[in-house]
Design a protein around this ligand. Structure first.
Ligand code: PAF
Length: 284
């Protein structure tokens, strides 16, 4: 049975009791509307720990004023059924007031990582993510926390944050889970209409082909220009960004000497989609 917990006190008591019994805990932070990719994260948590906690909290601090906080899909009953089927031990479902009681004012910011890529078009987004994840880590005190590589910048920010703040949680990154046609799974894919959904499958196709050419030694500027034009013609407007970055510190790079990541954000109709692909240095 998945235990449903809505207060920080009960979450702490439960996890502490597991720790006293010598059991390890993995935390899988989510905003709910669970799909197959979340199930993969939960499976990874279960494989690496004795106990798995899944948090479901649509975090207002990571949505901009014109973003979809109010309309973000929510389906608590179905999420609970999925968690039960996945064998999650506990679901933490805090109310807004439990997470951010009135007067709450702390902010965690990792500016070196946050003011680029998605951070440019979504100011404040990553400080919202970093703040809620720090709180979740301190509330749950898990041994490890599991995040998907789909949100690669988020994953690297969380890695940096636990290092900077000496939070004793191992961060486990799980490769992106994709639909059969390659589209990276995301709760926001439901916003796509039929035509947009068909075109969306090309995002991973363009990205992976470009990442392969970069891994094969194609000059970076030339390849990024070509891929940029392909993305622009796919979505009918300029991509929000297309960058090749160092895989660890996300510095924008012009040559592939270390493991790198090709990252893109585009808008298809009203829906913003992101994806990323690994790029390896030649001869690695
Ligand atoms: O990736 C998400 O769903 C969210 O950004 C997270 C990590 C749960 C924080 O709200």
């Amino acid at each position: 049975m998945t235990k449903i917990v809505r207060t920080i006190d009960t979450l702490r008591e439960t996890v502490r009791a597991w720790q006293m019994a010598g059991e390890t805990t993995a935390l899988v932070p989510t905003m709910g509307y669970l799909h197959d990719a979340h199930q993969t994260l939960i499976k990874a948590g279960r494989a690496k720990s004795d106990r798995t906690v899944v948090s479901i909290f649509v975090n207002p601090k990571q949505f901009g004023p014109n973003e979809d906080f109010k309309s973000y899909p929510r389906q608590e009953k179905r999420d609970l059924e999925i968690l039960e089927a996945c064998g999650a031990d506990l679901v933490f479902l805090p109310a807004q007031e439990e997470m951010y009681p009135s007067g709450f004012s702390a902010t965690i910011d990792i500016p070196a990582f946050s003011n680029k890529l998605c951070g440019i078009g979504r100011p404040g987004h990553f400080s919202g993510v970093a703040t809620v994840c720090t709180k979740l880590f301190l509330q749950c005190m898990p041994d490890m926390a599991v995040f998907g590589e789909k949100d690669y910048q988020q994953l690297q920010i969380i890695r940096w944050l636990v290092k900077d703040l000496n939070i004793d949680v191992d961060i486990c990154g799980v490769p992106t889970v994709r639909e059969e046609d390659g589209l990276a799974m995301s709760s926001r894919n439901i916003y796509l209409n039929a035509d947009e959904r068909t075109r969306a499958s090309q995002i991973s196709a363009i990205l992976s082909a470009s990442a392969k050419r970069l891994s094969d030694g194609m000059p970076v500027d030339q390849e990024l220009n070509n891929a940029f034009i392909k993305f622009a013609s796919l979505v009918g407007e300029t991509p929000e960004y297309l960058e090749l970055c160092d895989a660890q510190d996300l510095e924008i790079i012009k040559q592939v000497r270390k493991p790198a990541r090709l990252l893109v954000a585009v808008k298809l109709g009203k829906t913003r989609l992101i994806d990323n692909w690994p790029v390896s240095p030649i001869n690695s």
